[in-house]
Design a protein. Sequence first.
Length: 141
Amino acid sequence: MTQKEILEFINKNMSCALATCVNNKPHVRGMWMYRADEKGIIFHTGVMRDLYKQLRTNPNIELCFHNGDPQNLVQVRVSGIAVPENDSKLREEIISQRPFLKPIVAQYGQECIAVFRVKEMAATVWSMAKNLEPKECVVIK
């Protein structure tokens, strides 16, 4: 896959697993990304969440996206660094597009939503069709 194809795949398959590491122990959880482009992958979490604290301590993460097709499974793993994104307009856009955030923001304010952009990304693509072939790493700039 090319960089463009990887970003298109992520935008079509926004649900993923996000892994952090704390004290040399992995922590994985399901996430729903906001969008992906050549500047990075955007996601958000609450400042009161363990994920937020883990990212502030160690911003190195890995994301795993897949197409959910058991007959033709494709998986894209992306490693990178989660960098805080302090763009208030982007935060407002995310809140407006994700209604489930509105009650949280009404109670705690917009600052309770932390937005991150994954940068310095490297993607590895795996598929059932190429199961035994060597892995290919694509740097996303």
